[in-house]
Ligand binder design. Structure first.
Ligand SMILES: [Zn+2]
Ligand SMILES: [Zn+2]
Length: 318
């Protein structure tokens, strides 16, 4: 079934440097080097003032590094400028899955491709003037750096496919490794939305993989020993009481710089030692779990349906 109302764009605009304006850049294109700055709402390219500027197929020297396909737009704002990459949707998806997963089994990459495309569909121009930034806030995008033929194959074999629930694109959430337990948004964010396809429970492939194998250790100086609440039946912490403060999972990770909230801990006289496993918030698709499942022979539909219960893949219109 084709979703008639939902149209995928042919090309995507990506704001580099996290979508923030920068003050200078050195770029190479077509054998030439360009030094770009901005002043009073105008660009200065190799000493010449311009209203706007664009280049094709560039190689960034600084502060960004690496090769980018498509058109690079430099849009002035005061004494700085935005760097916006316009490229075909499929090129963007290939780069996102390469940046997010690197070398991985094809079925896991296909699952990631469907999610990357669903993200564009759900958010449209999330940043106003562009669809996405190049960081974790949206989806990691590092140009052509890590793109290989397997990534293009994953994009092609999932052409126009997006993940939907009751006819609407799902909320795209994924993380590097659940450490054995995935969870619903309410266990991560204080006002985490209830969405029926997310669930809380064991990701048995990751549990077997990570079980009691603590992969990271963090020490935090702290005067009082915190108390934690764990999701019943799991090691995942969703709340922490530190003195008078109540922290939710997302804030616990930020406050103590923890890769995940699957951890054991103990207090010393001067602080807390956290020993944990997993990386990321634990909601939606677990990239580590997707890879383990693909290696076991699951296909991308089975992988997506495992992490997004009741969701279905559909072809978006164009
Ligand atoms: Zn963003
Ligand atoms: Zn997992």
């Amino acid at each position: 079934m084709i979703l008639l109302l939902a149209l995928l764009p042919d090309s995507v605009l990506v704001g580099l440097m996290g979508g923030s304006p920068i003050s200078s850049a050195v770029v190479k294109a077509g054998g030439k080097t360009y030094r770009i700055k901005a002043k009073g709402g105008r660009l200065i390219v190799n000493g010449v003032k311009k209203k706007g500027f664009k280049l094709k197929n560039v190689r960034f020297v600084s502060p960004i590094k690496g090769d980018y396909k498509g058109v690079m737009l430099f849009v002035p704002r005061g004494n700085s400028f935005y760097v916006i990459n316009k490229l075909p949707l499929n090129e963007y998806i290939a780069s996102v899955i390469a940046s997010e997963m690197g070398d991985a089994p094809l079925e896991a990459l296909k699952a990631q491709a469907v999610l990357a495309r669903t993200f564009v569909m759900r958010w449209g121009k999330r940043h106003g003037r562009f669809h996405a930034c190049d960081r974790d806030h949206c989806q990691r995008y590092e140009g052509v750096k890590r793109v290989k033929s397997v990534h293009r194959v994953a994009v092609k074999r999932t052409s126009r496919e997006i993940l939907t629930y009751r006819g609407r694109p799902v909320e795209v959430l994924y993380h590097a490794s659940c450490g054995g337990w995935v969870c619903e948004p309410k266990y991560v964010w204080r006002r985490g939305k209830h969405l029926p396809y997310f669930w809380t429970g064991e990701d048995s492939d990751c549990f077997a993989d990570e079980h009691l194998k603590y992969t990271w250790k963090v020490y935090a100086p702290l005067k009082t020993c915190p108390k934690v609440k764990r999701i019943p039946g799991s090691l995942r912490v969703y709340m922490m009481l530190v003195g008078r403060d109540t922290l939710y999972a997302y804030d616990i990770r930020r406050r103590f710089n923890l890769p995940s909230t699957v951890f054991a801990y103990w207090c010393t006289r001067t602080g807390v030692i956290f020993l944990g496993t997993g990386r990321g918030h634990g909601v939606g698709m677990c990239q580590r779990g997707a890879i383990l499942k693909a290696k076991k022979g699951w296909n991308y539909k089975e992988i997506l349906e495992f992490y997004y219960r009741g969701a279905t893949i559909r072809k978006a219109g164009r």
